[in-house]
Ligand binder design. Structure first.
Ligand SMILES: NC(=O)c1ccc[n+]([C@@H]2O[C@H](COP(=O)([O-])OP(=O)(O)OC[C@H]3O[C@@H](n4cnc5c(N)ncnc54)[C@H](OP(=O)(O)O)[C@@H]3O)[C@@H](O)[C@H]2O)c1
Length: 218
C-alpha cells in the first residue's frame, strides 16, 4: 500500500492566531486529512520568547526561537507567518518564497505594504503567497472576490473591517461602558494588535481596505 503524503507545516509566531491554527488543525485533523488525502504535520513552531506561558504545549523538539528551522528547512512545505509586523516578517517571507515554499499569512500590514513584491517572488520561484487570513478570514472574502465573483467589477465594498473597534463600540453602546473598560477587555481577549495604534487609529482597517480593493482588481 502506498504511504500517505505528509505535508509539513512550520509556524512563525504562536500567539493568538498561531495557537488558533494549531488548535484548529488538531480539532479538524481527521476531516482535513481525509479531504487532502495527506497527513498534516506541524513540524516546527517559532516564537520570540520560548519561556512564555501558552495555552498550547508544543513538544520541545518542535519549538524554538530560530526562524531558520522553518524558512530554511527543506522538509517544510508550508510556512504560516503569524508574527506580525513588516520587519523580520518581511525578510523571512522573502527567504521562504525564494525557496519555492508556500507561505500563508495573516499579516495584513505586510501584504498591504509589500504584497506586490512578495507575489512576484512567489511567482518567479514556483511558490505561492496566500493571504486569505489577512482580511475577514472567517467569511472568507478574498477567494470569493477573486474566484467566485471573478466576472464582477466592484464600485464599492463596505462592511465592518476592524473587529476590535467593532467589539469596543458595540459594548460601549449596549452596556454603557467606557472606552478604557472595553479596551481592557479587548486586550485580555487578545483582540488588540501588538501595535495598538493599528486597531485604534484605523490603520488596520485601511490595510484591509487596500487588500480588498487590490483583490478585486488583480
Ligand atoms: N489577533 C487577531 O484577531 C488577528 C486576526 C487576523 C489577523 N491577525 C494578524 O495575525 C498576525 C499575528 O497576530 P496575533 O494576534 O497572533 O499576534 P500575537 O498574539 O502578538 O502573536 C505574535 C507571535 O509572533 C511571535 N513573534 C513576534 N516576533 C517574532 C520574531 N522576531 N521571531 C519569532 N517570533 C516572533 C510572538 O512570539 P512570543 O509569543 O514569544 O512573543 C508571538 O508568538 C498579525 O499580523 C495580525 O495582524 C490577527
Amino acid at each position: 500500500m502506498s504511504q500517505k503524503r505528509i505535508i509539513r507545516i512550520g509556524l512563525l509566531g504562536f500567539g493568538v492566531v498561531g495557537q488558533g491554527v494549531w488548535k484548529n488543525i488538531e480539532k479538524n485533523r481527521q476531516a482535513l486529512e481525509f479531504r487532502l488525502g495527506a497527513q498534516l504535520d506541524i513540524t516546527q513552531v517559532v516564537v520570540k520568547n520560548a519561556s512564555k506561558q501558552r495555552e498550547v504545549a508544543v513538544p520541545a523538539e518542535c519549538y524554538s526561537t530560530d526562524p531558520s528551522r522553518v524558512v530554511d528547512n527543506p522538509e517544510i512545505d508550508i510556512v504560516c507567518e503569524m508574527m506580525g509586523g513588516t520587519g523580520e516578517a518581511l525578510e523571512l517571507t522573502r527567504r521562504a518564497l525564494k525557496q519555492g515554499k508556500v507561505v500563508v499569512t495573516a499579516n495584513k500590514a505586510l501584504v498591504c505594504e509589500h504584497g506586490e513584491e512578495l507575489f512576484k517572488i512567489a511567482h518567479e520561484n514556483g511558490g505561492h503567497y496566500f493571504y486569505e487570513a489577512s482580511v475577514a478570514g472567517g467569511i472568507p472574502i478574498i477567494k470569493t472576490i477573486r474566484e467566485a465573483l471573478v466576472a464582477n467589477r466592484f464600485k464599492l465594498i463596505f462592511g465592518i473591517l476592524n473587529g476590535t473597534s467593532n467589539y469596543i463600540l458595540t459594548r460601549m453602546e449596549r452596556e454603557g461602558l467606557s472606552f478604557e473598560e472595553t479596551l481592557g477587555d479587548a486586550r485580555q481577549l487578545g483582540y488588540v494588535e501588538a501595535d495598538e495604534a493599528l486597531d485604534l487609529d484605523g490603520i488596520d482597517a485601511a490595510h484591509k481596505a487596500v487588500i480588498l480593493a487590490y483583490s478585486g482588481a488583480r
